[in-house]
Design a protein around this ligand. Structure first.
Ligand code: GUN
Length: 292
């Protein structure tokens, strides 16, 4: 069994990105600039956004954090989005989700200029991705594809099952795995809450991607020996003994499943760090694409 070390792989990716930034600097060109908008005070969202901003500094990007109060109106947020679209200094930006309930998420995502949509959530980018055209691939599925590639995992003709059909992870990774390509060409089943006899389906799979958000949902009885297991779950579970009062737990019962797997991602340290690295990669791509 080989552990897919997202921490190490994301570090390598960040070094590659930092080297590209150094070249831009040497050429007297503008370095990439990522902005992140956060509305409200959700603890987990604030943590994610600050990790994204910190990662920008590590690779030599410029970054801007836009913190708006919980009671920000939809109109005010849409104005901020327009401002970021028009600001030539900003190459790419994200609006951290979820948004407060009084704001229509769809309206906000549609207002983002697809050329600056480094999350890849705008329908124009999602559609372009599905059609194998130049786009921004959402960071988490992009990170999973990078892990498969960098560990040279054979996906050709394999049966992959994706558990969860979210717009951010499940649906896009199911599309990417089924596309043409050396680290794709899989036969994909997309399972969800209405799937019947999930266990039988997972047992048939050579590659299991779990993006459900239910701690320890995937156990050893569900996994075929030799399967590749990718755990996208990052649920916070209260733990009085942990320094922060909680632990991050994945969808996969790692201790049970790891001995049966050929490759497996740990939580934390698997897919999570890859997500941030791929957001940086998309921001670098946004910068490069705006040059031409
Ligand atoms: N909320 C959870 N994951 C993400 C993400 O990748 N991007 C944004 N904008 N919000 C999120």
């Amino acid at each position: 069994m080989i552990i897919l070390d997202g921490k190490k792989t994301s570090q390598e990716l960040k070094e590659e990105i930092a080297a590209d930034v150094a070249v831009l600097r040497q050429q007297g060109k503008k370095v990439p600039h990522l902005a992140a908008v956060i509305v409200g005070n959700d603890g987990a969202s604030l943590t994610y956004v600050s990790s994204k901003v910190k990662a920008c500094e590590q690779v030599g990007f410029q970054s801007t954090l836009v913190k708006l109060p919980e009671d920000t109106t939809e109109e005010a947020l849409l104005d901020k989005v327009k401002e970021l679209n028009a600001n030539a200094e900003i190459d790419g930006y994200i609006v951290q989700l979820p948004l407060p309930r009084h704001i229509d998420e769809e309206k906000v995502l549609l207002a983002i200029d697809p050329k600056k949509d480094v999350d890849g959530f705008h329908p124009a980018n999602f559609g372009r991705m599905a059609l194998e055209l130049e786009s921004f691939i959402p960071a988490t599925p992009y990170g999973i594809m990078q892990l498969l590639e960098r560990y040279d995992i054979d996906t050709q003709g394999k049966h992959a099952i994706v558990i969860g059909r979210s717009h951010i992870v499940g649906r896009p990774i199911s599309i990417l795995l089924s596309q043409k390509g050396k680290y794709a060409n899989a036969t994909v089943t997309l399972a969800h809450s209405r799937t019947t006899d999930l266990k039988t389906l997972v047992l048939q799979a050579d590659i299991v991607v779990s993006a459900l958000g239910i701690p320890n949902f995937v156990n050893a009885d569900m996994v075929k020996p030799g399967a590749v297991v990718i755990d996208v779950g990052i649920t916070r579970v209260s733990d009085a003994d942990a320094p922060k009062g909680y632990r991050i737990v994945g969808d996969v019962d790692f201790d049970q499943v790891a001995p049966k797997a050929s490759f497996i991602t740990p939580v934390p340290g698997g897919v999570g760090p890859m997500t941030i690295a791929m957001l940086l990669k998309n921001t670098l791509l946004a910068r490069e694409r705006s040059e031409v």
